[in-house]
Design a protein around this ligand. Structure first.
Ligand SMILES: Cc1ncc(COP(=O)(O)O)c(C=O)c1O
Length: 419
């Protein structure tokens, strides 16, 4: 029986590429052996050696209520007892999508899928199918999951050493046009030239994989105007920000109505989920009503959907996001004064923590981020029982399970970790 992190991780490496089922978990950005986790409760996780950590990774986004919330456990247990998948319509899908459309009024109709990437790929297909145009504009540094035409070009490909990710279809690169976040001129130049062949502009309204980047005040509104002017669809990828920065995501926070929205992560409290939706006239292109095909055996399965409804019910309680905002503000103000180079950029429920002389505004500023300093800082914190995302460029999470005491401890450990 293997009982240490290193024994287990080596055994995992023998059978799973890199020992992980998603690359960032492998600690390549920070080095060392990742702890192998066996339990989570509230804001805490435990590794196989019995060491406890305060969890600020929150599974990279989903855990707004922390681990194993009793309401979700009860909903999941009932679904397992009564049938976890039927491959047929159920009343629970209705409850769940009604909770989604109530939080996101721009999503008049919704399709449920199993991951954020699936939601994005499906939304792109709707955009192309409805507009009859093939190309997509994306922003450098915005992450949209494992979607071939988006993750095989630009920065993502360069990180793997080429202009096109190895194994990706060359046709994909030709479909995608890359613009620059917080730079409306870059978008208007592209749309002036290519609007007749661009189906949609897809954006992460609050990028969470280039160190949590603030959209400048006129950026998202400007995008909406440009898309209207050039008759191109606007897609908000709110897989990370949805139900996190506000119940209705960044579109609620900034008051912008996209044509299509992609959700995932925090929607179902830790169950695998994705959803895409938008205007009825667009969503009615989806099969069987229309000719845009999208399907899946597990789409809308009762286990996910019943847990998801329990999750959204709790998130709809009065004062939830106000409390999250207060705790996030406490965290930011306490951390901001510790070191002039420690940048803390936060929205309720998510924050970026990195070392740089100033805040990142676009992918170009990533050059200034001190990745080496984060590596040693990360391990000092991990040793003291703080589990952050193992990459300074990815958003950390704050859940409703984190108490003020947890945050004070975090600030104290960061203070020690800096010195
Ligand atoms: C903004 C954004 N979109 C899409 C995805 C992909 O979601 P999933 O990992 O569930 O496929 C992610 C995942 O990190 C994300 O942050």
């Amino acid at each position: 029986m293997k009982t240490t992190n290193s024994e287990l991780f080596s055994a995992l490496c023998a059978r799973i590429p890199g020992g992980v089922n998603s690359p960032f978990r492998a600690f390549q950005a920070v080095g060392g052996t990742p702890p192998v986790l066996v339990r989570g409760q509230g804001a805490h996780v435990w590794d196989v050696e019995g060491k406890e950590y305060l969890d600020f990774c929150c599974a990279w986004g989903p855990l707004m209520l922390g681990h194993s919330h009793p309401d979700l456990v009860a909903a999941g247990r009932l679904a397992l007892e009564e049938g976890s998948v039927f491959g047929a319509s159920t009343p629970w899908e209705l409850e769940f999508v009604e909770a989604i459309t109530s939080a996101f009024p721009s999503m008049e109709k919704v399709r449920l899928v199993n991951s954020g990437a699936e939601a994005v790929a499906s939304a792109l297909r709707v955009a192309r199918g409805a507009s009859g145009k093939p190309r997509i504009v994306k922003f450098e540094g915005c992450y949209h999951g494992h979607v071939e035409c988006l993750d095989s070009v630009g920065l993502e490909a360069e990180e793997l050493g080429g202009a096109l990710a190895l194994g990706a279809s060359p046709g994909c690169a030709a479909e995608t046009i890359i613009a620059h976040f917080n730079n409306l001129d870059s978008v208007s130049r592209i749309l002036e030239k290519h609007h007749h062949e661009v189906a949609a502009v897809i954006v992460e309204p609050i990028p969470g994989s280039m160190a949590v980047t603030r959209p400048e005040p006129d950026f998202l509104g400007g995008l909406r105007k440009l898309c209207d002017e050039f008759q191109v669809l606007l897609i908000f990828d709110e897989v990370l920000s949805g139900c996190r920065v506000a119940r209705g995501g960044a579109q609620e926070l900034f008051g912008i109505r996209p044509d299509l929205t992609c959700l995932g992560k925090a929607l179902a409290g830790g169950m695998p989920v994705g959803a895409y939706g938008g205007k009825t006239e667009l969503m009615d292109h989806v099969a069987p009503l229309g000719k845009v095909y999208q399907a899946g055996t597990f789409c809308g399965n009762p286990l996910t959907v019943r847990c998801g409804t329990a999750n959204l019910r709790l998130l709809a309680e009065p004062g939830v996001y106000a409390k999250l905002a207060v705790e996030t503000d406490f965290l930011v103000s306490s951390l901001a004064e510790l070191d002039p180079n420690l940048q803390v950029v936060a929205y309720p429920g998510m924050f970026g923590l990195y070392f740089a002389p100033g805040q990142v505004r676009s992918h170009k500023d990533l050059e200034q981020v001190d990745l080496a300093r984060y590596r040693s800082f990360y391990h000092r914190l991990l040793k003291r029982g703080i589990y952050l995302p193992p990459s300074s460029l990815d958003a950390a999470g704050l859940s409703l399970a984190h108490t003020r005491q947890d945050l004070e401890r975090f600030v104290q450990v960061v203070r020690e970790g800096l010195s």
